[in-house]
Design a protein around this ligand. Structure first.
Ligand SMILES: [Zn+2]
Length: 248
């Protein structure tokens, strides 16, 4: 922290990422009220209509603030923060579900194209997968699932268009010694499930039978379309402004 930041922190504290309130006791991004709200909305995982997929939080104004910071402000550790405050990290219902899926699970982040990773500097799903593997006693696995081709954002597309957009976008390497393992595909936001379904198909084609999905957030497809404009706006601002939020 430089002198200017230190003085600012001394006099004003820092702003809660969700409600904007000033505090010197953020942990490190949320005030105590917003942290309580986050824990409450992550108490029960969401089943987005498929038996083999769970999401840890609903998308709402609070979680959206965290996701936007995670994607566009370089705060990849928010993925770990979300897992830690979900019912996986708090050893609740979601952890029991994950444990019921198998032992020694492998957690596979949805791969991003190398161009996108260069642009952002990290893959937030990989950070989430690492944190989930630590919470469940499994392992992070990044060398099985690969993205073959770059596809533009899915957000403006409907359910069928999304499926077509990511059809064949992923491939999986066959590893005989891992075929009996439980594979958990990890994504940041689950909307229609088109991306994770495409990953699951690639894994099944390679011979993996026990394939599950765990996503940080569940967003209703209809609200995802409306939020695209906000996402674009924040992404653009990120490149043109210096954010004053203090990184841990
Ligand atoms: Zn707050």
């Amino acid at each position: 922290m430089n002198l200017k930041d230190s003085l600012s922190f001394f006099f004003f504290g820092v702003s809660c990422l969700a409600c904007g309130g000033s505090s010197r006791k953020l942990d490190p991004w949320l005030c105590s009220n917003c942290k309580e709200e986050l824990i409450a909305c992550g108490e029960h995982p969401i089943w987005p209509g498929k038996e083999d997929a769970i999401c840890l939080f609903p998308m709402n104004s609070l979680t959206r603030s965290l996701v936007l910071a995670m994607k566009y402000k370089g705060m990849q550790k928010i993925a770990s923060y979300l897992v830690a405050h979900s019912s996986v990290g708090r050893k609740g219902e979601a952890l029991q579900i994950l444990e019921s899926w198998g032992k020694n699970m492998l957690f596979l982040p949805v791969p991003v194209h190398s161009a996108r990773k260069r642009e952002r500097g990290y893959n937030q799903s990989e950070q989430a997968a690492l944190e989930l593997s630590l919470a469940c006693g499994g392992k992070l696995c990044t060398n099985i699932l690969k993205r073959r081709i770059y596809k533009p954002s899915q957000t403006l597309l409907g359910s069928n268009e999304r499926s077509l957009n990511v059809a064949g976008a992923f491939e999986a390497k066959k590893e005989e010694k891992l075929l009996q393992k439980s594979m958990v595909i990890v994504d940041d936001v689950y909307t229609t499930g088109a991306t994770t379904s495409s990953c699951a198909r690639a894994l099944r084609r390679a011979g993996f039978e026990n394939v599950k999905v765990c996503s940080l957030l569940y967003e209703l497809p209809v609200s995802a379309v409306a939020d695209r404009a906000a996402d674009i706006s924040v992404g653009w601002k990120t490149e043109t402004q210096n954010f004053s939020i203090l990184l841990p």
